[in-house]
Ligand binder design. Structure first.
Ligand code: C2E
Ligand code: CA
Ligand code: CA
Length: 562
């Protein structure tokens, strides 16, 4: 038997032998079990129950006629009257010619004569009937991929499905293999060589399936192979072997096969979905510096589903006012007592399913696809209305700073939008501060500088957010238009425990002095931090030490208290 045939025969189909005589069951069982997984029943009634339980995995029934309790004819009638069960082919076991006509009429597919003669003849009949029955769904001619001889994808899925049914208790892996840089291999060495590589991969997959595990494989597309097989431990080792073989076979160094593995698949999801997961892993492997074997990561997948959900939900969220704007006070600490001088508007999402979600979970998502602008516009508008309301209702407000995203800066309507917002709420540009993160400056400095200059001409004050988070060089900072440096939180974190960290703050204060800009420190949580910052000459402080971000109604109390 060649390797190809061998690996496929290892996955045995199920056949049931129904006969009341033990010796007959044993004899027939002995023959059939060479090629098939066999289940036994002693009479029609017992058989019917078993058949109902195993209907999805049974490929054929070998049925004796004369039996106690329920005989073969009765069982045959039962089977043929059931929509599902009638699809399972039945071969009648009989020594009487007279039984043949009746069996045929009742829908039997074939006969095997008792006493049993040549085992090969029996097996051949069984094979043929099963093939005929399966032929209804599967047409042999197009089963295989011409180049590699592996299954093509439709049949692969079909067989994988069968395998699930026959071996429901096996722990299975879904594996995707991809030839690294296949395009390049084709271009450099020609298509023929490329074909050779694909054939070698297929050969090796067959080898794996005949010696290491059981399963099916297909060429899914050009240089992508799918394998559905019994759980294997060490894919790294396998991948190493594979790469070695392929290089030997192709007399070429450096051809590599990358693998994505979804081990011990969850059978409650479809076969296609299982391979989507393996494929996801395989693609992730490419991103991770060509990691040769990558496993599907349930956590990462969950995260990406969550992200997709949020992206899908944000439109409704804005419409239904699920976004809430919180306000975190900023205190000027120059004088004896800290004074409330402004606040930062920070968005939260009160999601109907997940509850309150913090912006760290959704803002970065939306920065990739432009949705961030929807959120920002909503927050700007809310904040402007809120300041107006405070002015009108309690006769006092503080300037509010809003976060401006990188994408907003490239929006041609950004400036006019800002000005319109102020005008329509009857506010002044001094009521509104703009926080622009340092990284936005770094991207297209000239363009950003132009926009920011125009905004300052309109009277807006600009705070550079997250200053020192790693993008701008000091050289650049000296040339940027800005009014306030807002230190990245990480600078503050350890100043009360680490002398060097504090020294760094002192240096930054000197730079700010030189640039003649004010400094805001955020993320201040402890009194020691506050005192040290005051000592270093910091102007404004924001942080849990004073207050967390608050809903408008609570922030209002602070305003009234002051
Ligand atoms: P950010 O602009 O740097 O905002 C400061 C973050 O620090 C806020 O997190 C705030 O709640 C948090 N924070 C304040 N004081 C402390 C403290 O003492 N300790 C600690 N550990 N954290 C403190 P939040 O509200 O979760 O916002 C996270 C980020 O999301 C913001 O960082 C900002 O980049 C972004 N963001 C929030 N609202 C908006 C918005 O309306 N538009 C845009 N584009 N981004 C927003
Ligand atoms: Ca900010
Ligand atoms: Ca910040």
């Amino acid at each position: 038997m060649d390797r190809k045939a061998k690996y496929e025969s290892k996955i045995k189909k199920h056949v049931m032998v129904v006969d009341d005589e033990s010796i007959n069951r044993q004899m027939l069982g002995y023959i059939v079990s060479q090629d098939y997984e066999v289940t036994y029943a002693e009479n029609g009634k017992e058989a019917l129950e078993l058949i109902k339980a195993q209907k999805k995995m049974l490929s054929l029934i070998l049925l004796d006629i004369l039996m106690p309790v329920m005989d073969g004819f009765e069982l045959l009638k039962e089977l043929k009257s059931d929509e599902e069960l009638k699809k399972i082919p039945v071969i009648v076991l009989t020594s009487e010619e007279s039984a043949e006509v009746k069996s045929l009429e009742l829908g039997a597919a074939d006969f095997i004569k008792k006493p049993y003669d040549m085992p090969e003849v029996i097996l051949a009949r069984i094979n043929r009937i099963i093939e005929l029955a399966e032929g209804r769904d599967i047409i042999k001619a197009t089963e295989r991929d011409n180049l590699t001889g592996l299954y093509n994808r439709e049949f692969f899925y079909e067989y994988a499905h069968h395998l699930d049914q026959y071996y429901g208790d096996w722990s299975m892996d879904a594996v995707v293999m991809n030839v690294e840089h296949f395009q390049l291999i084709n271009e450099l060495h020609g298509r023929q060589f490329g074909d050779q590589v694909l054939k070698s991969v297929a050969d090796m997959i067959r080898m794996i399936l005949s010696s290491d595990t059981d399963g099916y494989a297909c060429r899914y597309e050009a240089d992508v192979f799918y394998i559905y097989c019994r759980h294997l431990g060490d894919y790294e080792k396998l991948q190493g072997q594979l790469s070695k073989w392929i290089n030997e076979l192709s007399n070429e160094q450096g051809i590599r096969v990358r693998m994505g593995v979804y081990p011990q698949v969850d059978r409650s999801i479809s076969i296609e979905q299982r391979f989507d997961r393996a494929r996801l892993a395989c693609n992730n492997g490419r991103n991770k510096y060509m990691q040769p074997v990558t496993y599907y990561d349930a956590k990462a997948h969950e995260n990406s589903l969550f992200s997709q959900k949020l992206i899908g939900d944000i439109g409704d969220a804005i419409e239904n006012k699920q976004l809430k704007v919180y306000y975190q006070p900023k205190y000027n600490i120059k004088g004896d007592k800290p004074v409330l001088t402004s606040c930062e508007a920070l968005v939260r999402w009160d999601h109907p399913e997940y509850g309150l979600i913090s912006p760290g979970q959704f803002i970065p998502l939306f920065e990739h696809n432009g949705l961030i602008q929807l959120v920002d516009h909503f927050v700007w508008e809310e904040a402007a209305k809120q300041v107006r309301k405070w002015k009108d209702e309690i006769g006092r407000a503080v300037p509010v700073s809003v976060n401006v995203s990188r994408l907003d800066l490239y929006d041609p309507d950004f400036e006019t939008g800002m000005v319109t917002l102020l005008v329509s709420n009857n506010l002044d540009s001094s009521d509104y501060l703009l926080e622009i993160t340092e990284s936005a400056y770094a991207e297209d400095t000239t363009q950003v500088v132009e926009v920011v200059n125009r905004l300052r001409d309109q009277g807006f004050k600009i705070e550079m957010d997250d200053f020192g988070s790693g993008y701008s060089s000091l050289n650049m900072v000296s040339e940027l238009p800005l009014d306030v440096l807002k230190l990245d939180m990480r600078f503050i974190k350890n100043i009360h425990t680490d002398k060097k960290a504090y020294r760094l703050i002192e240096l930054i204060m000197e730079i700010a002095d030189f640039l003649q800009v004010a400094v805001v420190a955020e993320g201040v949580e402890f009194e020691e931090q506050y005192k040290l910052l005051k000592e270093a000459g910091c102007d404004v402080i924001q942080g849990f030490y004073f207050s967390k971000p608050l809903p408008a109604s609570e922030f209002e109390k602070l305003l009234i208290e002051e």
